[in-house]
Each structure stands twice: as structure tokens, then as C-alpha cells.
Write a protein that binds this ligand. Structure first.
Ligand code: ATP
Ligand code: MG
Length: 385
């Protein structure tokens, strides 16, 4: 299979970074902008007309950078072709209710939930799940969109028409959020990165720290033992999920940590924002790993990594000097600027917290006040762990 071109459904930054990573493996990755059914060659933003026959003929493997695929003739045609990877995972996981049903079925602990068929179901949901609920649309949500945090009797913001396609989750009091990004090959080999610790603001990921123990405590043996337990628990859970779905490629598992145990929040059938740190923090990035899995290129025995802080650039102005700082790696996606939009990210890798701190100090004056406060929060965590 190696060397065959791969098609990614989606014209966003995740596919772009897959195309970039594939170059190192001698693999061509092109993208399909599913908003207008145009083909985008490699990392180019050129959009050219295409046909289903051409795509099925040219690409040995078809993957995606997003789980919510549009219901278009071209995409549906591609999903029916034998080139489409992970068909059953894409049939099940994008529906939150189906995803959670699967997790329950295979015994993977996830946030307790109930289907909301009608507004009347809110009462029994509160009775069984608690006074505060997180109500989520079964499909289409991202970056906190399509979610409502509601207390009993306070559900007027939820559109009545949404009931039937909503779930209620228990509002989990977690000590922190972590995620595991890993991959499975066609012959069942798996590879996992260390857990990353993730921080959200208004439902949007703002920064990730990997490994999740924080850098300041790298030498602390009790902390190391706790994290090693969490890591093997997370790997066991994600292996179970990927094996059940016979999944090939990178998958991400977002979790809540509650009393030292993991509870799955949601799964992403793709490379994930909380894995972007691997571009500079690991010998193999998650993008490279996904392409390896799809091209039959062996994984390394284990991912050699260095502690990394990844900070997202959300809705902000581009600063040309970001690219001038030694050891500060800026990825700017070239997207149109909009409030609350992910426009890029910055990785800072170092072998000690001091090294990361030095890089952050150089970056800090080039960030706006909001991003400065995120950076400060991240550094405080790195040093406090
Ligand atoms: P993503 O951008 O990851 O696709 P999303 O919009 O699909 O996000 P979730 O990951 O389900 O949504 O939720 C976003 C964030 O909201 C979570 O990372 C967490 O901080 C918070 N959250 C979601 N569900 C719960 C819950 N049941 N209890 C507590 N907090 C929650
Ligand atoms: Mg999420």
C-alpha cells in the first residue's frame, strides 16, 4: 500500500498538516474541500473540479479530518467505495448517543448520560443524573457549540425542536481534563503518546501540556507512578475501542480525571488538537503516525518525546515575529480571521520546565492580553505540578 496517494475529506488545517507530514514518508496526500466538492492538491489552497470516478481511481485510501461529514452526493459516493477507511467507526461514533452506547456496551467508563426524546425527559434526567446537566446535540457540535449547561427548571435556552436529538450528561466535577492520542495499524499494532493535560475556555481548547504530569515534577516518583497508572488505564480503554471498531489510524480519547480515575468525555476519529504538541515534542507527529497507519509504514517501537506546551491561537491577529523566536514553533493556518476561531497554534518543547519557561518568556510580549493570560496559566501549571 505504501506510496499510494491518500485523500483526506475536509479542507481544514488538520488535513493540511497531514499533507505536510506525508511528504516525509514519500506519500502524497490531497484534500477534498467538502464545502464545495473541490479537490485541493497537497498543501495547496487551489481548488479544482473533480468527479467521483476520478477520486476512486486515483486514491487507494480515503480518510477524513472531521467526523461530521456532509450528506453530499460526492461524499456519500466516496463513503460507499472500498477505499473509504473506518466505515463502521464513522457510522457509529459521530452520533454522541451511539458513541456512548458503544462505550457502555464494551464497558468503557464514560460520563453518565440519558437520551432526551422530549422536554419532559429533563425531569427524569435531573433525577437520575443530578441537579446540573450538560445537554449536548447528538450530532454536529464542536468547540462547545450545541451544548447547554442547565440546572433544574432552567432549560429555556434549549430550542424545543432540538429534543429527540439531544443527550443529557451528568455535569462531571473533574480534577482535570486529559486526552490520549494513539494509533492502530491494519495488523493491530498500537502506539500511544503520553497523556496530555488540556485546558478549555468557553468550550474551546486553549492549551495542552504533554506529558500530563507537568514538567516540574518529572523527577517525582510518586507522581510518576500515578501517571503511569493513568497512562496504562487510558491505553487499555483506547485499545479496546479501536479493536472493537477494527480502526486503522489515529484516534483521540478526551477524558475527565475524577479521583485518580478516567472517565471518557468523547472520542475523536481523527488527529486531534490536543496532539498537536507531537509535531515538535515527539519523534513522530500524530499526522505522520496517521499516514503511517494508512500506508502500512511501521510505527516506531515507542514514541520518543520531550515535554511540550502547545497554546492555541484563537481569533487573534497574526504576529510576524512569532516565527523569529528560537525554539518557538508557530503553525499559522492561513485562515480568515474570526472571533473564537482556531487560527494557529504554538509549540514550545524543552527538556526541562526552565527551558519551556524561557521560550514562553520570549513569546509573551508578542501575544495579546487574552493569550498572555492563557500562557501564564499554563506556565503556572507546569511549575506547580
Ligand atoms: P471539541 O472541540 O472537543 O469537539 P465539543 O464541542 O465536541 O468539543 P465536548 O468535548 O463534549 O464538546 O465539551 C467541551 C468541553 O466542555 C469539555 O472539554 C469540558 O471542558 C466541558 N464538558 C463537556 N461535557 C461535560 C460534562 N459532562 N461535565 C463537565 N464538563 C463537561
Ligand atoms: Mg471535546
Amino acid at each position: 500500500m505504501h506510496n499510494h496517494p491518500i485523500l483526506v475529506l475536509g479542507g481544514g488545517q488538520l488535513g493540511l498538516m497531514m499533507a505536510e507530514a506525508a511528504i516525509h514518508l514519500g506519500v502524497v496526500v490531497d484534500r477534498l474541500d467538502t464545502a464545495n466538492d473541490k479537490l485541493m492538491p497537497g498543501t495547496s489552497n487551489l481548488r479544482v473540479d473533480t468527479t467521483l470516478d476520478f477520486l476512486v481511481d486515483r486514491y487507494a485510501v480515503i480518510t477524513a479530518e472531521m467526523e461530521h461529514l456532509p450528506d453530499s452526493g460526492l461524499v456519500n459516493g466516496l463513503r460507499l467505495s472500498e477505499r473509504w477507511m473506518n466505515g463502521s467507526a464513522f457510522d457509529i461514533l459521530p452520533g454522541r448517543n451511539q458513541q456512548k452506547r458503544l462505550l457502555d456496551e464494551i464497558g468503557v467508563h464514560n460520563a453518565p448520560w440519558k437520551m432526551l426524546h422530549a422536554q419532559d425527559d429533563m425531569l427524569s434526567a435531573h433525577d437520575s443524573l443530578g441537579e446540573t446537566l450538560v445537554v449536548k446535540t447528538t450530532r454536529g457540535g464542536y468547540d462547545g457549540k450545541g451544548q447547554w449547561v442547565v440546572s433544574r427548571g432552567d432549560d429555556q435556552d434549549i430550542p424545543a425542536s432540538a429534543f429527540g436529538e439531544l443527550i443529557a450528561e451528568q455535569k462531571v466535577s473533574f480534577s482535570r481534563e486529559v486526552s490520549l492520542v494513539g494509533a492502530r495499524s491494519e495488523d493491530g499494532q498500537t502506539l500511544f503518546y503520553p497523556l496530555a493535560e488540556n485546558h478549555h475556555h468557553n468550550g474551546i481548547l486553549r492549551f495542552s501540556i504533554a506529558p500530563a504530569m507537568g514538567v516540574g515534577k518529572l523527577g517525582d516518583s510518586a507522581n510518576f507512578a500515578n501517571l503511569a497508572n493513568l497512562q496504562s488505564e487510558a491505553e487499555r480503554m483506547l485499545t479496546k475501542i479501536m479493536t472493537k471498531l477494527n480502526y486503522v489510524g489515529v484516534m483521540a480519547m478526551e477524558c475527565f480525571e475524577v479521583d485518580g480515575e478516567l472517565m471518557v468525555n468523547e472520542l475523536a476519529l481523527r488527529v486531534h488538537n490536543s496532539g498537536h504538541w507531537s509535531q515538535t515534542g515527539s519523534c513522530v507527529s500524530q499526522f505522520n503516525l496517521h499516514i503511517r497507519a494508512l500506508s502500512g509504514v511501521r510505527f516506531p517501537q515507542e514514541p520518543v518525546y520531550q515535554p511540550t506546551l502547545m497554546i492555541n491561537l484563537i481569533g487573534c491577529e497574526y504576529h510576524p515575529r512569532w516565527h523569529q523566536i528560537d525554539g518557538v514553533h508557530c503553525y499559522w493556518y492561513g485562515k480568515e480571521r474570526r472571533a473564537h476561531r482556531k487560527l494557529g497554534h504554538i509549540n514550545m518543547t524543552g527538556s526541562t520546565s526552565f527551558e519551556i519557561q524561557q521560550k514562553a518568556d520570549a513569546l509573551r510580549p508578542l501575544l495579546d492580553a487574552e493569550h498572555q493570560s492563557m500562557l501564564d496559566k499554563a506556565l503556572a501549571l507546569i511549575n506547580s505540578h
